[in-house]
Write a new protein. Structure first.
Length: 139
């Protein structure tokens, strides 16, 4: 993942506090690659990018973590979107309020379209998601 360092520093706490890992564990999130990336501090606002989901291009705004404000915080976002532990855990927000999430006991990454409430499997795991995101050239 390629993060916008300035915006990430403004909106995220570093390092990610242990309570976030406890939260993921309580929600049965088993994505070792996602959890490891958070342990390495890989959270924040992404550089300008695109990802194709069901033949549509989207932009991944941020990877949630220890946010200084609610919209970037992993725990608060799941409360705001009212996503139960049984449904999954929101891990990334796309431009326009759609999101990516993990289901309990599942490595796969899913997309949720807020307009249609459609759920689409996007990647077999967090590493594949990372590889799918294409970053725009800086001008």
């Amino acid at each position: 993942m390629k993060f916008n360092k300035k915006e990430t520093e403004n909106y995220f706490n570093d390092p990610v506090e242990e309570r976030y890992f406890t939260y993921l564990e309580q929600r049965n999130i088993v994505s070792s690659k996602y959890i490891q990336s958070l342990r390495e501090g890989k959270q924040g606002v992404l550089q300008d990018n695109g990802i194709v989901i069901a033949d549509e291009e989207y932009t991944v705004e941020c990877i949630l973590g220890s946010g200084k404000i609610d919209i970037f915080d992993l725990i608060r976002n799941n409360e705001i979107y009212d996503v139960s532990a049984e449904e999954g855990t929101v891990i990334a927000i796309l431009l326009g309020d759609d999101y990516l999430f993990l289901k309990p006991n599942d490595e796969r990454i899913y997309f949720f379209c807020r307009d249609t409430e459609e759920v689409i499997m996007v990647a077999k795991d967090y590493q594949e998601l990372d590889e799918m995101i294409e970053y725009k050239e800086e001008e």
